[in-house]
Design a binder for this molecule. Sequence first.
Ligand code: CP
Length: 309
Amino acid sequence: MLSKKDLLGLYDTGAEEITEILDTADEMRAFLDGKEKKSDLLKGKTLITLFYENSTRTRTSFELAGKYLGANEVNISASSSSVQKGETLIDTGMTLDSLKIDFIAIRHPMAGAPKLLAEHVKASVLNGGDGMNEHPTQALLDMLAIRRKFGKIKGLKVAILGDIKHSRVAKSNLFGLGKLGAEVCMYSPETLMPKAIERLGAKVAKSREEALDGADAVMGLRIQLERQNGGLFPSLSEYSKFYGVNDGLLKYAKKDAIVLHPGPVNRGVELTPSLIDGEKSEILEQVTCGLAVRMALLKLLAEYREAHL
Ligand code: CP
């Protein structure tokens, strides 16, 4: 059983809990391959998705996760809510809580917003990405895709290339993969690499070749144009030429290496289309794993709530 009412990040989630989430997500992944995707596991429970930033994968899969498990599901987008009239996050949260809901999945541009919300509501808060801080469900789905491919995570080398500085996905993967015993090796332009990332457990490579050398999984990260203040690299075409991953570079990785990307992809920038669509790509499987992970989290948090609240 999970030890907290919320899932805010992987920095403060232990290896045992991560493994329990992945084991449950494996069961959900099998359920998704079945004919009828309908269960009443969460009958009578209500999930709110509260997204202050755009999303396709995370929001849709939270919504479907709730629906497939029989929960009521309501979507609130910041642009059409009373947030536009100046309502604070805490007031919004307490208002939703008064509607007797059970779960809030939130995405917010400010780091720490899900934690603040969780401290003020009875509902379980699931972080769907907070600023440049964490995106725990993305890292869990990445780990699920890796574990399903190789049967383990311990001892694997995962290369992460791209905009590390602005990436909540990179940080959550570093915490989660590190706790389960993988080596995480990162590479980016110097201007997109946080100075202290090695202190958090990452290896920093000096070249793409070094990052990819012997890697089991190669993850490209999106250049986050919306979080750039400008001037961190010359142009997208130069980024692609000097920092992107292509077929030639992938030869440095292990023969059975897989290609991952959290999406949305800037096609031809972080990865060439031949890699995105190629036989080593697990990018669409990642999306399905995302649904399985979010179903698993709703189930496990519901069990926590039943036992503790
Ligand atoms: N990977 C991810 O978070 O995608 P969305 O922005 O589409 O949710």
